[in-house]
Design a protein around this ligand. Structure first.
Ligand SMILES: NC(=O)c1ccc[n+]([C@@H]2O[C@H](COP(=O)([O-])OP(=O)(O)OC[C@H]3O[C@@H](n4cnc5c(N)ncnc54)[C@H](O)[C@@H]3O)[C@@H](O)[C@H]2O)c1
Length: 428
């Protein structure tokens, strides 16, 4: 889309083409960012999904640039150029807050296409998870760097689509950062380096949890149209993936990261006791098997007045040494860690773009989302499910499990409405 607006190749385009050719010839990371090391830069930024997190993410992005400017003496300028939301009013509200001209604030199912036509350099995505694979694919095809909130899909075809677009981003030298913000916290990174360097042994077992009270509406919606799915999207499995995908993904991400792989299979329980709105479960408990006979207990619950715990604990093959001797380089040594990881993830994204470094978190966040989908479907069906039959084997029973309505259905207007209380019954 951006190309058609600039028919005559600019100096920037010429340099980019040269860099591409050079990269390809050397067989290295294909795009050496043309403007790498150019630390006085203006970035045009667009936002898709203008709710709480979207507004927050754009603010974090601007703060991240200021932080890099102060810390490293850079002169980055963030210019918000477009906003998009299913509800145009929300796009306009965000536009007002971030000084985007009203005519660049778009609504509707195709708002992301109009946002991309404004030729941003970076796109921030905080729309409901069902839309993420399609919107991400469009961003990468259009050659944009992306910050994507988690989770990045709700079903296996969506996960594969996201991973494929992530691979394309790599080939094009585009940076992708994800809202799995623990990956941008110093404490979590330190432990990852300790595992890598053998300061502690490999993970042999673990438990991860997001147990808390109810956080979304529990008044039945009785949907009359797509607005009733796109507004309170959190309570619909087809929009959010259920709370195991939407929220517990953060803890599962740590398990995958520290174990260094995705699971082999999951056997899980779950059900709904107190919710009356939407079609999610209240709780899940999963036995998650990783390669090499490593088992992790995954738990998540969103009902009040119960035991709450959010965190990750692991048993290591070798107990923690008294003295820490990490020798590997900290991935974020130069820019450092912002005390607020929500800002840090944007600082690391901007840093990588400016330095021409590879930063691509697409596969990590897709695998973590997929892990949550695996456990969810095991609980919904009452079956133990393998990763292979869900994500890899085209003949696998769950490989083509596509939730409806899909992202495309919202664009074509062919939206099947959902029903409060219409939940999956294990074993049936
Ligand atoms: N990393 C974190 O800690 C964290 C925290 C909160 C939310 N999130 C994630 O951020 C995302 C947004 O959450 P939120 O809390 O901002 O929700 P929200 O409901 O406040 O915002 C979502 C916005 O997306 C809009 N939307 C709906 N359909 C759309 C479409 N087709 N195209 C564009 N926009 C559309 C909605 O109208 C709404 O304004 C979710 O994926 C959520 O999981 C992450």
């Amino acid at each position: 889309m951006s190309e058609s607006k600039n028919p005559a190749p600019s100096r920037r385009d010429f340099l980019k083409a040269s860099a591409l050719a050079a990269g390809a010839a050397m067989g290295t990371f294909p795009v050496v960012n043309v403007l790498a090391q150019e630390t006085s830069r203006k970035f045009k930024v667009a936002l898709i999904g203008c709710g709480g997190r979207g507004n927050g993410a754009l603010g974090n992005h601007i703060e991240a640039a200021q932080w890099l400017n102060e810390k490293l003496g850079w002169k980055l300028e963030i210019v918000p150029v477009a906003t998009g939301d299913w509800f145009q009013g929300r796009a306009k509200d965000a536009g007002k807050r971030y000084k985007v001209p009203e005519e660049k604030c778009f609504g509707g199912g195709d708002c992301y296409k109009k946002v991309l036509e404004q030729d941003p350099d970076i796109v921030l995505m905080a729309q409901p998870p069902v839309f993420r694979p399609a919107h991400f694919e469009a961003c990468i095809k259009a050659g944009k760097h992306v910050f994507t909130e988690k989770p990045v899909g709700v079903d296996p075809p969506g996960i594969r689509r996201f991973i494929k677009a992530g691979e394309e981003a790599k080939q094009k030298g585009l940076c992708v950062a994800a809202g799995t913000q623990r990956r941008h916290e110093q404490g979590y990174n330190r432990r990852a380096l300790e595992i890598k360097d053998g300061v502690v042994g490999k993970v042999v077992a673990g438990r991860v949890a997001w147990n808390m009270g109810k956080i979304f509406t529990n008044t039945p919606i009785n949907p009359k149209g797509p607005d009733d799915l796109c507004g309170p999207w959190q309570i619909w499995v087809e929009m959010s993936g259920d709370h195991i995908v939407e929220q517990h993904v953060h803890n599962l991400d740590i398990a995958n990261w520290y174990i260094g792989d995705h699971p082999v299979s999951a056997g899980a329980f779950g059900f709904r006791a107190r919710r009356v709105a939407g079609n999610m479960y209240d709780f899940f408990s999963g036995d998650v098997e990783y390669p090499g006979g490593v088992y992790v207990h995954s738990m998540c619950r969103q009902i009040g007045d119960c035991w709450d715990w959010v965190g990750e604990q692991f048993t290591y093959a070798k107990p923690e040494a008294g003295e820490r001797k990490v020798t590997s380089k900290d991935p974020y040594e130069e820019p450092g860690y912002h005390p607020n990881a929500y800002v840090g993830e944007h600082a690391h994204l901007l840093y990588a773009i400016v330095k021409g470094q590879e930063l691509n978190e697409a596969k990590n966040v897709a695998w973590s989302t997929a892990t949550a989908i695996l456990i969810r479907e095991s609980a919904y069906t009452g079956k133990r499910i393998t990763w292979n039959e869900m994500f890899e084997d085209p003949n696998g029973k769950f490989y083509n499990l596509q939730l409806k309505p899909s992202a495309e259905d919202f664009e074509t207007g062919n939206v099947t409405l959902l029903k409060d209380g219409d939940i999956r019954i294990p074993g049936v």
